[in-house]
Design a protein around this ligand. Structure first.
Ligand code: NCD
Length: 305
């Protein structure tokens, strides 16, 4: 029986493990933990462009003293020489690789990797399916701000339908007792309408005054053939700028998984807003990934904190 733990979506973690990851990330931020992954060989397998997530996983692995190899499609026989993903995983495992971090444009690909690989697979984002470490860092950033998320209103604005971040973060918010409100036109919320426990709103102005946090999303144009509404309409109805920021409660924060597009989902005033937490999310991401890798490879040991 396979005993190595993988993280494909948030459901792979228990509530206690999520708490453990948060405690651990907090502790790692306060003090570098030392070589917890010394002697561990890891491969970053990124089939899609990535700035934040790639750098963040790389730093997380290096700060724990793992040996890291970075592979992108041009380096892979699997992309050009007809090797199957299953055979690639056998190859990597035979070299002693025990951690694979994988990003792929097709939803479900990391699940295939995990099924074939005798090691730990970490999903760094697959299609529009899931992005569990981004969800964890989003939840951690909210937890840092508000402690308990129970009853907290979190508006998720824009292209929920194509966002793997939204799909994972919504699951996490619901598990931690928060109240996700999905805001956008029908065409951009898509199947999200069906997510039980979420509220749907079309009018951003109507929700701003009552939420504790707003998570903005990029319009993921690479994932659909035609933008369902004009950029002008989108900006008019959903862009966050000074007028809408002034409607927020004084304690409310604004988040974004990045990359953000100035002039679309936000304008420059958001970047100057006191409650803008983007940099904090990115900062937290490294420690969350260190904690996830530590959990998967070494197991949840003593509670910290
Ligand atoms: C996102 C992604 O790639 O899923 N960014 C990220 O990983 N932080 C969101 C996006 O591409 O818009």
């Amino acid at each position: 029986m396979r005993t190595r733990r993988s993280l494909i979506d948030l459901d792979d973690l228990s509530g206690d493990e999520i708490d453990w990851i948060f405690e651990r990330a907090h502790a790692f931020d306060a003090r570098a933990p030392g070589p917890l992954l010394e002697g561990v060989d890891a491969v970053n397998l990124f089939f899609e462009q990535s700035t934040r997530t790639f750098t963040s996983f790389n730093l997380a692995l290096m700060r724990l003293s793992a040996n890291v190899v970075n592979l992108s499609p041009k380096d892979l026989s699997l992309a050009t020489k007809g090797e199957s993903v299953e055979d690639t995983m056998v190859t990597l495992a035979a070299m002693g690789v025990s951690v694979v971090v994988v990003r792929h444009p097709v939803g479900g690909f990391p699940g295939r990797v995990a099924a074939a690989f005798d090691g730990h697979t970490v999903n760094a984002g697959d299609g529009a399916h899931a992005h569990p470490t981004q969800a964890l860092l989003d939840l951690f950033t909210l937890h840092e701000e508000f402690d308990s998320l129970r009853g907290r209103g979190v508006a998720i604005v824009g292209d929920v339908a194509h966002s793997r971040v939204a799909h994972s973060t919504i699951r996490g918010l619901l598990r931690l007792g928060a109240e996700p409100i999905l805001v956008g036109p029908e065409s951009l919320l898509g199947a999200a309408d069906a997510i039980a426990g979420t509220r749907i709103e079309r009018d951003l102005d109507a929700v701003l005054g009552s939420v504790d946090a707003v998570i903005l999303l990029r319009i993921q144009r690479e994932r659909f053939a035609e933008m369902p509404l004009s950029d002008r309409d989108y900006v008019e109805r959903y862009q966050l700028g000074s007028r809408r920021l002034s409607r927020l409660a004084p304690h409310a924060i604004v988040m974004h998984p990045g990359p953000y597009n100035r002039g679309m989902e936000l304008d420059e005033t958001v970047l100057e807003f006191a409650g803008w937490r983007y940099a904090r999310q990115v900062h937290n991401g490294v420690f969350i990934r260190m904690a996830v890798l530590d959990l998967l490879v070494n197991g949840a040991r003593e509670r910290v904190g």
